[in-house]
Every structure is written in structure tokens, then in C-alpha cells.
Design a protein around this ligand. Sequence first.
Ligand SMILES: NC(=O)c1ccc[n+]([C@@H]2O[C@H](COP(=O)([O-])OP(=O)(O)OC[C@H]3O[C@@H](n4cnc5c(N)ncnc54)[C@H](O)[C@@H]3O)[C@@H](O)[C@H]2O)c1
Length: 310
Amino acid sequence: MRILVTGGGGQIGTELLHVLASQGHELSVYDIARRPSAAPGSAAWHRGDVSNRSEVFDVVQELKPEVIYHLAALLSATGETLPHRAYQVNMDGTHNVLEAARTFGVRQVMFASTIAVFGPHLPDPVPNEVSLRPTTMYGITKVAGEMLGEYYDNTWGVDFRGVRFPGLISAGEPGGGTTDYALFMYVHGLRHGAYECFVGPDSTVPMMYMPDALRALVELSAAPKEKLKRHVYNIAAFSPTADEFADAVRARVPNVQLTYNADPMRQSILDSWPARVDDAAARHDWGWKAQYTLDSMSDDLIAKIKAMDE
Ligand SMILES: NC(=O)c1ccc[n+]([C@@H]2O[C@H](COP(=O)([O-])OP(=O)(O)OC[C@H]3O[C@@H](n4cnc5c(N)ncnc54)[C@H](O)[C@@H]3O)[C@@H](O)[C@H]2O)c1
């Protein structure tokens, strides 16, 4: 299949490209950044800005992809620092991608949504269908992206599907999210023997290991349309406190020093998100199930970071 991945040079994109390449797809990337060394050489690289409509139209018209994985975005912490730019990239960018898909007959658009679509004071765990009242620019743009995608599907038949990712953990460099502290505990703990965490020890949000997240995107893309009762799905794996992450690192890295110094901006973003989400709808409709636990992820992640450093 011909697949275009916007934001394919990021934390999720570079790893997704390897999964899609291993399945034999013909891959192109549209990203404002240069090709990172970790990206597979087989993916054609197109540099450009998703918020520029004529550039997006040119690339989709030229490549004629059957599926677009739309990952390009500014993430939560970056989005609060640059809210106007986050609006342009996430809101205009998503509109441009959907409009290009409609215009040039792209069959399917896959969307990377987030637990940041939720606001405070929701049931625990948060169900799939619930009032979406986020308090961050990032969350607002992602709610709009979900709704816009549903509109394009219902009105023009662009097959739009998305998952609400929890905080994602992988050995790759994270892109400015509020949940990056979990990975930093492992990476800095291993490389420097210490890490000062930017949220408090009791902070709790849903998290997931990258291989599960990639599988979710690919499996949802392939799911029979008639089985899907909605466009966007909660997916869940585990929800440790920051200190439970620290314990998992301490158990595997002797003498590591993990301390806390909460940054008010990132702590307040995190506190506005739910501690747990309910992924019953994804389990029911397309058979979703996370495979990694905190323990199995910790073993795998530490081995990967050590292998990178050798
Ligand atoms: N990483 C997570 O924990 C997480 C959690 C929930 C949702 N998501 C979503 O998944 C998607 C990918 O996230 P990620 O972690 O890989 O982020 P990332 O920051 O690592 O990667 C984003 C990519 O988008 C590119 N990009 C940024 N602005 C662009 C623009 N104007 N035009 C074209 N490309 C642009 C960047 O160069 C980068 O390669 C995003 O939509 C994000 O909102 C991520």
C-alpha cells in the first residue's frame, strides 16, 4: 500500500515507519524536520509544513497515498509555550490533511489523538464517550481534530479513525510532551545515575509502551469498518504514579538517585488529565489489548537503552 506519514520524523513516526516498512508498504514522509538517522532509508522524505495548505495539497496530489497517518503536531508542553503556533499546526494542519484527503481521494486518514482531550473532574476511569472540556491549547486542537475527522467521514466518506494515546514511552527522543518524565527516569537514570523529575511523586496519568501504541494504530487501520461503532477510541495499558516508575527504575539500576522538583506549568497540565481511561470500546470493537505491563516494559526498555549506548 502507498502510505504517507505526516510528522514521520518524530518519536512515534520513526518507529511506525519501521513497522510499516516491515509489512512491505511504500512509504513517504511529510515533515518540517530533516530525516532523522533512526528513520528507515526506504521512506521517501518530503520536507514541508502541514499548516501550509498548498504544500500539503501538492504532496498529496503527487504521491496519491491510499492511507495517511497524520502524526504532525506540536505536543502539550510545547503547545502551552507556543499556543498560536500549536493552533496553526494542529488545527489548520489537520484541516489541510483532511481536505487534501477528500480532494485527492485518499481512502483513510489515521489520527493520533490523546488523553489531553479530557479535562478535569471526569469519572475514573474515563469512558470513551464523555464531555470533552480540555484546558490546554493542545487538548482543544485535538478535540477539534477528532470532530473534524468525524465530519469528513460522515459527510464525504473519508475513512477517519483515531486512537487517544496515553503518554508514550520508548527509547527514542520524546518530542516535548508532559509525560516525558517517565522515559527520562530510565534514560538519565542509566546514563547519569540521577534524574530530577519535573512532576511530583504522586502524579498519575495513563501511560503505554511504544510497541503497543504502534500496534494499536496499525490494528485499528486494518479493522473491518463495519465493526467500528465510533471513529476515535480510548486505549489503555498502565497508570503508575511517578514514584512507581521511580521504583521500577530503582529495582533495575543500582544506586540511582531519582528526586522531584515539580514545574508548575507541566504539573498543572498533568493534573488536568485523567489518571485512568476505560478502553472497553476498543477491546469490544476491534479486539484491542495492551501487551506490556510496567514490569515487562521496564525490562525491555532498559535493555534497549543499554544497547543504544554500546
Ligand atoms: N508521544 C506521546 O506521548 C503522544 C501521546 C499522545 C498523542 N501523541 C500524538 O502523536 C503524534 C506524534 O507524536 P510524537 O510523540 O511522535 O511527537 P514528536 O514531537 O516527536 O513528532 C512530531 C513530528 O511532527 C513534525 N512537525 C511538527 N510541526 C510540523 C509541521 N508544521 N509540519 C510538518 N511536520 C511537523 C516534527 O518535526 C516531528 O517530526 C502527535 O500528533 C501527538 O499529538 C503523542
